[in-house]
Design a protein around this ligand. Sequence first.
Ligand code: Z5A
Length: 206
Amino acid sequence: MSRGRFLTLEGVEGAGKSTSLGFIQKILGSAGIPHMVTREPGGTVLGEALREIMLHSDCTPICTDSELLMMFAARAQHLAERIRPALESGTWVVCDRFTDATYAYQGGGRGIPDERIAALEDWVQGSLRPDLTLLFDIAVDQGLARAGQRSTPDRFEREKREFFERVRQRYLAAAGREPGRIRVIDGALPPAGVEDRIRAVLQEFL
Ligand code: Z5A
């Protein structure tokens, strides 16, 4: 049995990742590909508990190194409990955010040096990297306006505009370095346009 493929979705707030999960499931389902959908931080009981602390805990300050280590603690559990077993059984994994988000948010946004993130990436993931990453790109103001129409902002969503601009630039720089793996989707297109673009990228990948 061949190993499943590992797909990740990335982007700044409101770029349309979560909305696009539905399109992706539809395309993989029609192609008869067994797959599971998950998210980071999260995907396991421990990961969801850490997500709650990182996104919604207002009772205690969280320093940048703690945030980085919690992201990778959640990721280690996610890999051990769900991602690796699925891939090994031939199931494709579609994950809403993964380590590119760590380089963008904790690296670009918070200013943690890339070498520290890379050391944890190597430790926790070994050689595992996503096979394909869809980067949903949108102007920061437009993404924040979309995200702002929802419930109370979480710990990240309360950051300043400049933080998200640094995050976006990090993502675009990563796509520039790895154009084969990271495919940029224009998140400002209407939903049907985004779906067409995802379909084209996935058909090429399949
Ligand atoms: N984080 C981190 O710092 N480091 C890490 O290593 C990881 C994560 C893994 C949780 O992520 C936070 O964790 C995240 C980074 C941090 N920070 N924040 N904030 P999340 O993915 O769960 O949360 P999110 O980024 O805030 O997701 P989001 O705001 O929901 O964005 P989205 O999924 O890209 O957008 P959406 O929900 O699909 O769409 C937003 C709205 O726009 C919604 O009303 C849609 O109906 C609308 N929409 C979507 N697409 C369109 C189009 N094409 N046209 C018009 N309207 C649209």
